[in-house]
Design a protein around this ligand. Sequence first.
Ligand SMILES: [Zn+2]
Length: 270
Amino acid sequence: MRFVYPQGKIKALTFSYDDGQIYDRRLAEIFRKGGMKATFHLNSENLGPNREKDVFIGEDELEEVYHGHEIACHGLQHRNPTTISGQQMLLELQEDRKELERMSGKLVQGLSYAFGNYDASVIEIARSLGIKYSRTVQSTMGFFPPADFMAWHPTCHHDNPRLMELGQQFLNIMDFYELPIMYVWGHSFEFGRSGNWDVIEAFVEKMSGRDDIWYATNMEICTYNLAVRAQEFSADGLTIYNPTAVSVWLKTKNGIIVVGSGETKYVGEH
Ligand SMILES: [Zn+2]
């Protein structure tokens, strides 16, 4: 018996793109066309009335550009988390959250650390402000879910020469371990400036349309994994109680089983 993703899918693919520059328009569309979901980490001060119009996405086009994807924090002004005071960091995150929630009309609970920099006190501040996960810039080149979602190390940057090879490895994964994630990150301006859109187009094409992959945002994957980790079991391990608001899915010898919110279920062999 092991946990799987919703509808019994065995792996999850996600993306994270930072800074909210105008090239997000094209990138968000590439992901949508490929049936994929991404997370866009934004600095809300850059989107407001004083924005540089030929550099950043505008507040008034958030819904149009990012529909189907997740909007998340990247710090109000993109300041370096580890060199500003705790009070300044608190404002960077709290104000960014408030602004992005006001602009999007949605709950914003995700973060990627500006410059990839963080330490224990930055994590503590972010967590206390209701942030559920935060992405780093440390590539793992692997697919294990993070031990701590507040230090969520991605698989690789899209520029990594092994991107397509890692994609193939991910496609080949059977269910020998639980809840694998392939997580690709970058900045859309890297495509915009160098013109290498073919890198992400080829990757999306290769990875799209697979029945066993859950195409999800960072937050969806975080929420699901945290729900799985919160499941409670009987002493013999055969009865499961789901104390969370999220349905969880298991693959057992009797097939795929779903345990709904608040439900208690026997998951042993009949
Ligand atoms: Zn950034």
